[in-house]
Design a binder for this molecule. Structure first.
Ligand code: ARG
Length: 465
């Protein structure tokens, strides 16, 4: 017998039940659903909307259900439509009449909106912690590679010398944005939808602020229609996770490149690499590749939910049940990706000699050579031309700028003097880039300190929730 039997007279077609049901995926909301019901019941009792005796019976019943579910007991009716129906039916089965009073002044529409908010809020905390942990790994790794010179690229062509620390800290900075984006999402969604009812609020003298406070929200959603039809917080989360995955996939791509024989800049720990079933020599970066690939899933989840929400009339529509699998899939994907990425990067070893050699070839000091002439008084555009011609000669001769004789330098431009040689040395080129944000070890060290201060403050945010 369906809960709604009355208006609907015949049994639902079993194919409709299968199509309609969400228990298979929303059962994971059981904790939030029960906690939400407990807060709602407590408020109903406190306001005298239901009796204290009924309230106590409901609370005890819900506590028992929660305990059993936490213990892994298989107590949910698999034929229930969704987690809300399943818990309510179970409660009534266990405590009788009081269970039938729980849904007073409530609808599944505000209930599901609540469950999702509670769930997402909790998941944001977990993600926030994982993102900070990954950022710490990047920062710690950077600290030991402040002097590890490597080529910096544009267009994947060697461009100017940087350090590995500088490169890794670029990712730490991306993670800073990810962490604060998650906080923003949390802050904006921290309002309780309960009391919105199906869409038009309720005639009962509820105390929305009381329910909200019991559940740890800072306030209530101010409009009942919006409360039940809003899934911005899911979209925002998915957008934040998509951007985070962009970052992971870019690093994944670089790790894949760095571990190739062609680059040979890095070596994965064996525990984070895979072999081939046929080629005995292979050591494959599957983890990085999968993270790169799973980025597509997360974008798909965002695109799916954006498409579901687009053009929906107010207020609740069943389409919105589709929010769950998208959100759950993205959360699961990003959590596992971060969980495996952190130790993979932590155990990644870098071949400093190969990086240095790569930085020594490819005329990465050409800009520095032009800058040298600028410091001697030549306009930059002219200096650029002089060095361009020198590079052209070097390529033809198969040598590098610093191997040119002083006569060769001076015939290109009389401003060249013996001090050009130390100016072109790789380490000098890196050390000279000491403006804020640059690759000079002192500049990167300052950035590392800044990120550590940030991380400590953000860990406090989490503890304050
Ligand atoms: N399972 C539904 C969902 O996830 C719960 C809300 C159902 N509300 C309704 N009026 N049918 O969206």
């Amino acid at each position: 017998m369906k809960l709604w039997a009355g208006r609907i007279q015949t049994d639902t077609d079993s194919r409709v039940n299968d199509f309609n049901a969400s228990l298979a995926f929303d059962a994971r909301l059981y904790r939030e659903d029960i906690e939400g019901s407990m807060a709602h019941a407590a408020m109903l009792g406190a306001r005298g909307i239901i009796s204290q005796v009924d309230t106590d019976a409901i609370l005890a019943g819900l506590e028992g259900i929660l305990r059993d579910l936490e213990d892994g007991k298989d107590i949910l009716d698999p034929d229930a439509e969704d987690i809300h129906m399943a818990v309510e039916a179970l409660l009534t089965q266990r405590v009788g009449d009081p269970g039938r009073r729980l849904h007073t002044a409530r609808s599944r529409n505000d209930q599901v909106a609540l469950d999702m908010r509670l769930y997402v809020k909790k998941e944001i905390q977990t993600l926030h912690g994982l993102a900070l942990a990954f950022q710490k790994t990047l920062t710690d790794k950077a600290e030991v590679h402040l002097d590890t010179v490597m080529p910096g690229y544009t267009h994947l062509q060697r461009a100017q010398p940087i350090t590995l620390a500088h490169h890794l800290m670029a990712y730490a900075e991306m993670l800073r944005r990810d962490v604060t984006r998650l906080e923003d999402c949390h802050r904006r969604m921290d309002l309780c939808p309960l009391g919105a009812g199906a869409l038009a609020g309720t005639t009962y003298p509820v105390d929305r602020a009381d329910t909200a406070a019991r559940l740890g929200f800072v306030g209530v959603v101010p409009n009942s229609l919006d409360a039940v039809s809003d899934r911005d917080f899911c979209l925002e989360l998915l957008a934040d996770l998509s951007i985070l995955m962009v970052h992971l996939s870019r690093l994944a791509e670089e790790i894949i490149l760095w571990c190739s024989w062609e680059f040979g800049f890095a070596d994965l720990d064996d525990a984070y690499a895979t072999g081939s079933s046929i080629m005995p020599q292979k050591k494959n970066p599957d983890v990085a590749e999968l993270a790169r690939g799973k980025t597509g899933r997360v974008f798909g989840d965002l695109t799916a939910l954006l498409t579901v929400m687009k053009g929906l009339p107010l207020a609740y529509n069943k389409d919105m049940q589709e929010d769950k699998e998208a959100v759950f899939d993205a959360l699961d994907t990003v959590k596992t990706a971060l969980t495996v990425f952190t130790p993979m990067v932590e155990t990644l070893t870098f071949k400093s000699d190969r990086m240095r050699r790569a930085a020594a070839e490819g005329f990465l000091n050409a800009t520095d050579c032009a800058d040298y002439l600028v410091k001697k008084g030549l306009p930059f555009r002219e200096a650029y031309g002089v060095v361009g011609r020198l590079v052209h000669t070097c390529i033809a001769q198969g040598n590098t700028l610093e191997t040119l004789s002083l006569e060769e330098f001076q015939s290109a431009c009389p401003l060249f003097a013996p001090d050009v040689y130390p100016a072109l040395a790789l380490d000098a080129c890196v050390r000279a880039r000491k403006a804020d944000g640059g690759p000079a070890p002192e500049a990167v060290r300052a950035h590392i300190e800044q990120i550590r201060v940030f991380a400590a403050a953000r860990a406090l945010w989490q503890a304050s929730l």
